[in-house]
Design a protein around this ligand. Structure first.
Ligand SMILES: C[S@@+](CC[C@H](N)C(=O)[O-])C[C@H]1O[C@@H](n2cnc3c(N)ncnc32)[C@H](O)[C@@H]1O
Length: 234
């Protein structure tokens, strides 16, 4: 992410906490921008953390959720959360926790996909994502639908973080799904559907798989745009 690199060019950041780190996708950006920083990644999902540990032996990982971060106040120069805001049960509480563990004058990065102003291929991606989040919710797992861009900015601003800069980022992914990739996605949806056999929503979600197939063939499939927000803790 070029904009993040240039923003932090002359800033010294030594300790970083990446929240909702998952298998470590955002760590690639952090390590690139801050090659000498000590980084800790946290996530409630043990399997993802296991994979991340194998991929990033120089990063420390701990199992925990964003709403209850087990570090002391003022521990980090920077705290980040990428693509995980819509997974949280208490977004406001998590934003407060991020600020608590970040030093005064330290940085917060929030990177999150948004669900409005999408092109047709991105709407297909949203359909795929919302299929998964709906199944999670049926199974009692917290997973909300994507926020609108302005909602994400408001969450950050209302939490008291002083927003210094924000930009939109799009991977520029190929918007065409080849037949094998489409088949793979559909298979994944079918496997997920099987986890809700016996629930009243089953038939409705089954129909969504067909709708996804039709729309993916018609419009393609492209990852939604993210908003990346950089703020300061005062
Ligand atoms: C889409 S992944 C994002 C992974 C990575 N940060 C990235 O940018 O690709 C969302 C992550 O949020 C995690 N998550 C779910 N509930 C969470 C919570 N309460 N606190 C922190 N992370 C959570 C999930 O386990 C998952 O690893």
């Amino acid at each position: 992410m070029e904009q993040l690199n240039s923003f932090f060019k002359n800033n010294s950041v030594q300790n970083i906490l990446d929240i909702g780190t998952g298998t470590g996708n955002f760590l690639v950006n952090l390590k690139n921008i801050f090659p000498n920083a000590k980084i800790i990644g946290v996530d409630p999902n043990s399997e993802s953390l296991k994979e991340a540990t194998e991929k990033f032996p120089d990063v420390k990982f701990q199992k925990m959720g964003a709403e209850n971060i087990k570090f002391s106040d003022n521990s980090f120069d920077l705290a980040s959360i990428s693509m995980a805001l819509h997974h949280l049960s208490d977004v406001g509480g998590a934003m407060k926790e991020m600020q608590r563990v970040t030093k005064s004058g330290g940085w917060i990065i929030v990177s999150e996909l948004f669900g409005d102003n999408l092109n047709s291929a991105q709407e297909v991606h949203k359909m795929y994502h919302h299929f998964g989040s709906q199944i999670d919710r049926i199974l009692g797992i917290n997973h909300n639908e994507s926020f609108k861009k302005e909602e994400i900015l408001k969450i950050v601003k209302d939490s008291g973080i002083n927003i210094k800069f924000h930009f939109e980022f799009n991977k520029g992914m190929d918007s065409i799904l080849n037949p094998e990739e489409l088949e793979e996605r559909v298979e994944k949806m079918k496997v997920r559907l099987e986890t809700i056999i016996g629930f009243s929503e089953y038939e409705l979600l089954k129909l969504q798989i067909e709708k996804f197939q039709i729309n993916a063939k018609k419009f393609g499939f492209q990852s939604a745009t993210r908003v990346v927000i950089i703020g300061i803790v005062e």
